[in-house]
Structure formats: C-alpha cells, structure tokens
Design a binder for this molecule. Structure first.
Ligand code: ZN
Length: 443
C-alpha cells in the first residue's frame, strides 16, 4: 500500500495527500468517504521538488517505473478503485501524466478541447512527457463550473496564470471540503472572464454549502514560502506601460495557457497604439482550443485585436479568423507599432539565423520575459543562456515574475469568505505560518 505524505481523518472522511504536503508543485489529494463509499482524487501532479533532486542535465528519467520509484509522480495504487480524478488546471504540477491513469478511471478536466491542444504537443515529445497525453481509452470529461456532479463535486472558476482554473468543493456524507487548486485573489481580467475568486467562493458558500463554511479547506500557500515577492497584475501593467513608451519592437513571452495576461496585454497595446502579434505556434493552438470554452465576446476581442505571424509556416489556417501578417513586410517596416508574443527561444533562434531581421530592429528590441511560477533550475539556466545571447544581440531584457497566486496579505480575505473550520495547507513550504495565521488548532 502506498503511504501518504500527510493524512487527516474525521468522521467518515479521510484525506490523504500524496503530493503538495510541505512542498510547492505536484499536488495529489485522495479523498476517501466511507459514508458515501466513494474515492475521488484531486489533481495528479508531477512533483517538481523530486524531479529537481534526481534529474538534471544529462541525467534524465529512465522511464515511468523510475518516476514512480523515486516518488516524482503519485503512486499508481491510489488510482485503483477511484471513482474519478479531477484536474484543476493545466500546469504540470496539477495535470501530471494522464497517460498513466488506468483505463477504467474517469478523469475530469477544465476543458477537453484545451487538454487536447496541450496533449498533442507532448505526444510528439519522444520522452516520458508523452505520458502527459491521455490514452485514447481514458474516459475524459469537461468540468462544468458552478454545477455539482454525480460525485458531489462542484467546480468554482478562479483566477490563475493558466486558463481555465478551478477550485473544487466536495459535499461528502458528513463533511465538506474546499480544495483551492492554485489561485490568486486579484487577477488581470477577473470581471471580464468571470474568474473573480472571492466573489465565486462567496457564491459557493451560499449556494453549495448552504451558508456554512467548509469543514476542511485545502488551501494553497505558494507565496507564503517564496522569498522573492512577485509582481501583482496591477504592477505588471504599470511597468509594461512605461516600457512601451519607446520606439522599439517589444517581445513578450507568456505561458501558453495564460489567457488573463494575454487579454491584458491586448488592452495595453490598444492604449499605446500598438498591435499584438502572436508568433508562438503553442499559443496559437491554445487560442484555437479556447473557441470551445470562451464566450463569444471574448473570442471577438481576441480575433479583432491580434494578428499572427509565424516564422515557419504552420499546418493550419489561423484560428478564429485572425489575420495573418508577415515579419518582413509588416513588423520590420514599423517595429515600434507591434508587441510580439513569442517564446523567447524562438525569438533568439530567428535572430541567430540572422537575415530575417534588420540589425537595428534587434538592437533596439525590448524582450520581456514573464514567468508565473517560481522557476525550476533547468529553466533558470536556460534563461541565463538566453539572456547572454540577447545581450550579445543588443536587446534590452526585462525579467518579470507575475504571480499566479494570492499574497499572504490576502489570506484573510479568502478565509473570511470561505469560513473554513479546519485549514490544511498545501502547495507551500510554510504550512506552519499558514496555520498560525489561521489561528485555530491543526486538525
Ligand atoms: Zn498552477
């Protein structure tokens, strides 16, 4: 039998944590409800802390058996006889390796279509990352926000650096559980996208929990243990505004599922007289899959305010009727009129292959690297190398981390609307600080 990292028991409910206990990244929570004869699992994360410890450079995972043996992914036994696995959002420390789930298990995800566009890329990776893609026999369903399903789980949309992101509420036989997934209190486009975290939690307390607080709150605490304070969306906006006040091409890297920041960049671009051009094939395919989850007004905002310019031609026509422009005829003629959303490695590649760009365009270019999560070491090293190249080419670099998570000073706001009886910290290296701040004995 697999041994959980932490476990809690009260009345008919047992909560076993197999990832995310005293660590950031790799959430996996098993809920056993004896009263209802039910076993459900929240998230299936890859544990980054373990990956970092055992793999680096040329030392890479031998295969999935080894990933299990070192504990980098949740033990396979926990999925046997599970009624359903719920994925809160598409970051890998929550999504994990769906390809390893047993065929009989039902997997709920925020959106089947968005999952498909993400999985497609990993299917071609030729490594253990292939297993991020689900097998064709897995029963996958899209979660429906604000609606309780047959197992008593209600998904609540929240703001995070990946869209869509959900918190989950479980109404069990004699206890209720709130599981945050990852969330922030103040996002970029909370109102517009319907991801106002506090308002949605308050709705859930009134309409799902009958006005009572949750018995257990499994609440993330990423920013409690982060020594570097990341910027809030509001601060990002004001910096971007100042950076754009120059006659140069601006290139911004964003997470391919970070719709909130993309919509915000579109707003700022239009206020500064620039056009947003997407040059990342990954982001283009994610946007395409958003056609299934977004309201038509959001799709209209995307299709009317962005263009696409790819270096190597992509197989399909641009999604949502978005216009296609070219680097040579459009962007290079008036670079100061554009914000290029691009993977910085791709930006570097085309510049190394020269000829594609006028020298002065690159020399003046501003490269803004954004990162929503605390970075892992491999990424950090890659970024250092990237920076050396960009400096050599003459570009100005800004590296900005915008938080996908709430700040410690916003903890009270969440607790006040959720009114939990017991707090179980998750996705943090400072659970004790959260318990102290909560002010009640640990269950
Ligand atoms: Zn996340």
């Amino acid at each position: 039998m697999a041994t959980p990292l932490c476990s809690y028991e009260e009345k008919s409910i047992k909560i076993e944590i197999y990832g995310g206990c005293n660590e950031i990244g790799g959430n996996s929570v098993v809920i056993l409800d004896k009263g209802a004869g039910r076993k459900i699992i929240f998230d299936n994360g890859i544990r980054f802390s373990i990956l970092r410890k055992f793999y680096r450079g040329s030392i890479s995972p031998l295969g999935t058996a080894e990933l299990w043996s070192v504990g980098a992914i949740p033990p396979k036994e926990i999925f046997e006889d599970a009624d359903a696995v719920y994925i809160t959002h598409f970051h890998l420390d929550h999504l994990g390796l769906l390809g390893l789930l047993p065929d009989g298990v039902r997997a709920y995800v925020p959106s089947k279509e968005v999952l498909e566009s993400i999985a497609d890329r990993y299917r071609r990776s030729g490594s253990w990352l292939n297993y991020i893609a689900p097998s064709q026999y897995l029963d996958i369903r899209s979660l429906e926000p604000f609606r309780e399903d047959e197992f008593g789980v209600t998904p609540i949309p929240v703001s995070h650096s990946s869209y869509p992101s959900l918190s989950l509420i479980y109404r069990g036989s004699d206890s209720t559980i709130f599981y945050s997934g990852d969330l922030r209190v103040r996002g970029f486009q909370g109102d517009m996208l319907g991801v106002d975290t506090i308002r949605n939690i308050a709705w859930a307390v009134d309409n799902v929990l009958g006005g009572l607080g949750a018995d257990f709150a499994l609440l993330e605490g990423t920013n409690f243990s982060d020594v570097e304070t990341p910027l809030s969306p509001q601060e990002f906006r004001s910096i971007l505004w100042r950076i754009l006040d120059t006659a140069a091409l601006a290139t911004i890297s964003i997470d391919h599922t970070d719709l909130e920041i993309l919509l915000d960049i579109i707003d700022i671009a239009s206020m500064t007289g620039r056009k947003v051009v997407i040059a990342s094939p990954r982001i283009i395919s994610t946007i395409d899959s958003y056609a299934h989850v977004l309201k038509s007004k959001h799709l209209k905002k995307l299709s009317e305010n962005i263009s696409i310019a790819t270096i190597d031609s992509i197989d399909e026509p641009p999604p949502l009727g978005i216009t296609d422009i070219t680097f040579i005829d459009d962007i290079l003629r008036s670079p100061e009129n554009y914000i290029l959303i691009q993977d910085p490695i791709d930006f570097l590649e085309i510049n190394r292959r020269e000829a594609r760009w006028g020298k002065d365009v690159v020399e003046k270019a501003i490269v803004l690297l954004t990162n929503p999560e605390p970075m892992d070491m491999a990424r950090e090293e890659e970024e250092r190398v990237l920076a050396s190249w960009l400096y050599r080419l003459g570009a100005q670099i800004y590296r900005i981390r915008v938080s996908g998570h709430y700040y410690p000073h916003e903890f009270r706001e969440i607790i006040t609307s959720l009114k939990p009886k017991k707090l179980i910290p998750i996705h943090t290296e400072a659970p004790g600080t959260m318990i102290l701040k909560f002010g009640k004995p640990r269950p």
